[in-house]
Design a protein around this ligand. Sequence first.
Ligand code: ADP
Ligand code: MG
Length: 590
Amino acid sequence: MDSRTLYLRLLQYVRPYWRIFAASLLATAVLAATEPALAALLKPLLDGSFVDKDPTMIRLMPLLLLAVFALRGISGFISAVALNWVANKVVMDLRGLMFDRLLNLPTRFYDNHPTGVVLSKVTYNVNQVTDAATKVLVVLVRDSIIILGLLGWMLYLSWQLSLIALVLAPLVALAVKLISGRLRRLNRGLQQSMGDMAHNLEEIINGHKVVKLFGGQPPEARRFNRVNNWVRRYTMKQVVTSETNVPIIQMLAVIGLAVMIYFAALQSASDEITIGGFVSFFGAMALLLAPLKRLTSINTPLQRGLAAAESVFALVDEEPEADTGSRSLARVEGRVEFRDVSFSYEADGRRALEGITLAIEPGENVALVGMSGSGKSTLVQLLPRFYHPDTGAILIDGVDIRELRLADLRRHIALVSQDVVLFNDSVRGNIAYGAMDGADEAAVIRAAEAAHAMEFIRAMPEGLDTLVGDNGVRLSGGQRQRVAIARAILKDAPILILDEATSALDTQSERYIQQALEVLKQGRTTITIAHRLSTIEKADRIVVLDGGRIAETGTHAELLGRGGIYSRLHRLQFTRPEPAADAAEAPDQP
Ligand code: ADP
Ligand code: MG
């Protein structure tokens, strides 16, 4: 996007507040007008009060000065407060827009964008945007008025001298143009590096235990040092660029000033200019320097703001999850059908699923089995449309899920995934999460009982009201899983998906929960991904995935008899302590 389009788009966000913004600009204009007035006052002050010694002038001038400064004070206050009010409204609106978008982005977006980068867009970049949208505009308005007023006054005093000043303007403009492009590039780099830094920080904060255990400090420190240095380098490049800006322009101005002083001296020798006029002219010139300097350095916040705006708009414009369906199913029986579904995570990447055809009857309990990476989680994530199949279709009760509204589709599905997500809220808030907020106490307790979570919840100091901490750090892995299961139980959806939902539990608790889940599975369609084969022996059907394809299906007994992958997996798990989790409980195995 070019600067103009970006800027116009930014102004759109200011538009709802145009009244206050206009008030601020008006106050700014008044403030600006007092500046040439000060220069203009100098002429009557000197010529009237001191040269002519006019008594009215002598009394009037101090009062006028007071009046001008009072006006400056009031208009300056209104201008700044009104402006900040608008700026902060725009920040709030943009943050709101980004957050809304974040709530509705496809899972793929989160796969491709590091958390830190997105975080810094919402928290850091957006503030710079408003600098561009509001403050820059005010500088433009204020300083243009000041400059025009001063120039007008100078022309009135002596057009010859003014002409010399005007010759400089295009030179200054050229210098500004050259430097602005570079500043914007540097800013983009800086923002990227800030994002990388946040990302790096987040990883070592969340993963600090892994870092410590695996001696990850040196590489992490090296990685951080690299981005840290990049941030410094970009900042320094910016400083150097914007600081060369200033002396170049001041040099141009000073050359002109020298020439003018020479001509002014000639003019006053021929009585073409009074003493008051001479002082007033150079007073105006001196006053001109500050707004000129501001106008020329406006580019830094402007380009920074535009670079930030670009990144903010990129997020705002991010395509939300496709939610084109219009149908809603009031009651779902729970027939789930995959028709020749293929899927790959990357556009031309390896297929994670290939030609999956599978029909699950209402109330049927299907278990998915396969080596890690065989596509089990991927398959169940397609059902709530976290991802979309590349080819083929998925149907619920004979209706293609693409025809359903996303919210309606997801209402019918409860999913407990292998990575439990808990919010920094009470246990109750985590069980009765989202749309279930406000579920009655008895129901929450029933769900917690069924998930065998109530025992440990009761043992906690504040019971259901205990806060679980950031992603549930105050709970053990097994406890977190039980809270997640309670959440799914409370949702009471006709389709239940358990993706290694009991993997973090000890054998004892798992057995309890298995019993609870058996009850829960009654009358619901369930897809269970099990990491321990012992837990799915009673499934109505077992589907074995291998490399994204369905390798075999059948009951436990049928598959054992067939001597294929399932029987091999089974043998591995029951004769040898294979993966670590299973090794711990090997003595429990029959
Ligand atoms: P399982 O649950 O059976 O262990 P998954 O369904 O999680 O396996 O993964 C299947 C394949 O898809 C794996 O090869 C894995 O590397 C890949 N995969 C999983 N999630 C993603 C993702 N978000 N982006 C890219 N590839 C992924
Ligand atoms: Mg998995």
